[in-house]
Design a protein around this ligand. Structure first.
Ligand code: FAD
Length: 490
């Protein structure tokens, strides 16, 4: 048994705490905020309830696994349902696609609305599954920083096939070659945004992402996404994990290349091992300024950020479902604005998430809770107030055009999250949602390891390290980290 500290109670920090506690360690979690969950948190305002961050739930088995590990009955904590409808896509020319999640129906429906042969969609999803089977397991479930990961036939086979798998093409090039209809290309290009990247830069191998949603399935926790934070933190507490809120870690204490504890609220506390769930770059810059840092990794371009309006809407819209995408007319120009010009495009793709479609208690009767998000560049000190005011007008105009309504009149309450507040609330460098972007091959596959190669007893989990951002990968980072810690601290 070791005395272990975890910095940050994001979903990965909570999952890490559960895993280490089930191994018998004495675990304390230090969280800077006065709430748990980091990006996966809750906002309540004027009778409306919003999931503050993530809205799409895939790979629920990674949540289930934590209850199984702890020997607890998941039914006492967490419920979720499989969704039969995926996204509703709206194009400016009036095309609408309401996508079923099942691969077969999904292909049929896209074919019906766009004329793209259904066989092209089916073959794409097959390839997506193939990528995932061959490479996903290798990259997502194992440490990339251990030779044993590569010393087996499966790994050798995956690596040998990398060139043929399209690692040298971009996602957009691969999609534009595969599909005839530009609307279908755009629909599949959007999956690059699931880890904050551009389809025009990210490797085609990331076309494994649609496999998760359309082959493995899309889900919704009962009570909304925040139920993940709520149930996992309750499990952790039941197991004896101690959470300290309003406890910002100021420094990771080291002695001769070893971690010996933390400085929190001016106090030095001894620990035998430390796990950082804080953004990896911020961990080095703020907590380890006295130690050398892996500069090449730290200087990789960051993922996109987001601008979110949480709107209480005093009306219900039948045209909308749980997940809705109002596509930009010109995707290439939109991504140029996000990643090259570092500004907000005048015709952004607007995502609207409405959990009250499934959870009526999330909005007053006859109303809806709209989470309205666009992808925006990460924070390099832009004139955000001006950009946001303009973007809000553009978003309202786009929604009005699409739904033939005057949405401004229906907004009865409003809150906002933007790159600066994402950064200040979670210490995510530049307000990036997913740490380093995957806009080049290096950054896509070589993220920071789940342990420090230089400082003993120091570990990492969370969306900014291996295997990547998003709730499922953050959960996997905790799993890989905990396995490594067991091996290395034995
Ligand atoms: P975080 O949630 O960032 O948690 C880190 C925690 O560390 C925070 O609580 C922070 O306060 C704490 N901390 C930082 N520094 C210190 C310190 N010095 N001392 C103490 N505590 C500290 N993912 C999906 O899978 N699907 C989606 O649909 C999706 N949509 C998203 C939409 C938005 C608007 C956002 C913001 C994110 C979205 N994501 C989505 C990404 C997903 O939310 C993250 O990848 C995931 O929640 C990251 O979890 P984490 O534990 O790594 O980090």
């Amino acid at each position: 048994t070791k005395k272990i500290a975890i910095i940050g109670a994001g979903v990965a920090g909570i999952a890490a705490a559960i895993r280490l506690r089930t191994k018998g360690h004495d675990v304390e979690v230090f969280e800077a905020n006065d709430y748990l969950g980091g990006k996966l948190s809750l906002l309540e305002q004027d009778g409306y309830r919003f999931d503050a961050g993530p809205s799409l739930f895939t790979m629920p088995e990674l949540v289930e696994e934590l209850f199984a590990l702890a020997g607890r009955n998941i039914d006492d904590y967490f419920h979720y349902q499989r969704l039969t409808e995926g996204c509703r896509y709206f194009y400016e020319d009036g095309t609408r696609i309401v996508t079923p999640t099942s691969a077969q129906d999904f292909a049929q429906e896209i074919a019906k609305q766009t004329g793209e042969p259904a066989a092209n969609i089916t073959s794409f999803l097959k390839r997506s599954a193939n990528y995932y089977g061959l490479v996903g397991e290798l990259f997502l479930y194992k440490s990339m920083h251990k030779t044993s990961t590569f010393l087996n036939w499966k790994a050798a086979k995956a690596i040998a096939q990398l060139p043929a798998l399209g690692i040298f093409k971009t996602m957009h090039e691969a999609n534009a070659t595969h599909f005839r209809n530009p609307k279908v290309v755009q629909l599949f290009d959007r999956f690059a945004t699931y880890n904050g990247s551009s389809p025009y830069q990210t490797p085609a191998l990331l076309n494994m992402i649609p496999h998760l949603e359309h082959n493995k399935g899309a889900f919704l926790p009962k009570g909304g996404m925040y139920a993940i934070t709520e149930s996992l933190s309750r499990l952790a507490k039941d197991l004896g994990v101690k959470f300290h809120l309003k406890s910002r870690v100021e420094k990771i204490l080291t002695q001769q290349g070893r971690t010996v504890g933390l400085k929190v609220n001016g106090q030095e506390l001894p620990f035998e091992a430390v796990v950082s769930n804080m953004d990896m770059v911020a961990t080095y810059r703020k907590l380890l300024a006295h130690e050398p840092a892996p500069e090449k990794l730290l200087s990789q371009p960051k993922s996109s950020s987001a601008l979110i309006f949480y709107w209480g809407i005093n009306k219900q819209f039948e045209q909308l479902g749980l997940h809705n995408i109002l596509f930009s007319r010109d995707y290439a120009t939109e991504f140029d604005h996000i990643f090259k010009l570092k500004t907000i495009y005048a015709d952004p793709t607007v995502y609207i998430n409405i959990t009250s479609k499934h959870e009526p208690s999330h909005a007053p009767e006859g109303a809806e809770n709209w989470f309205v998000m666009i992808n925006v560049p990460n924070n390099i000190g832009q004139e955000w107030d001006t950009l946001i005011a303009q973007a809000r007008r553009d978003i309202v105009r786009k929604i009005n055009r699409t739904l033939k309504t005057d949405i401004e009149k229906l907004i009865v309450t409003e809150a906002m999250l933007e790159p600066r507040t994402i950064e200040s609330r979670t210490s995510s460098v530049k307000g990036a949602l997913y740490g380093n972007s995957s806009n080049n091959r290096y950054a896509a596959f070589l993220r920071h390891a789940n342990f420090s190669a230089k400082i003993k007893h120091l570990y990492f989990c969370g969306g900014s390290v291996h295997p990547g951002g998003g709730v499922p990968l953050a959960l996997l980072s905790a799993r890989i980290m905990a396995e490594l810690l067991e091996e290395r601290e034995r």
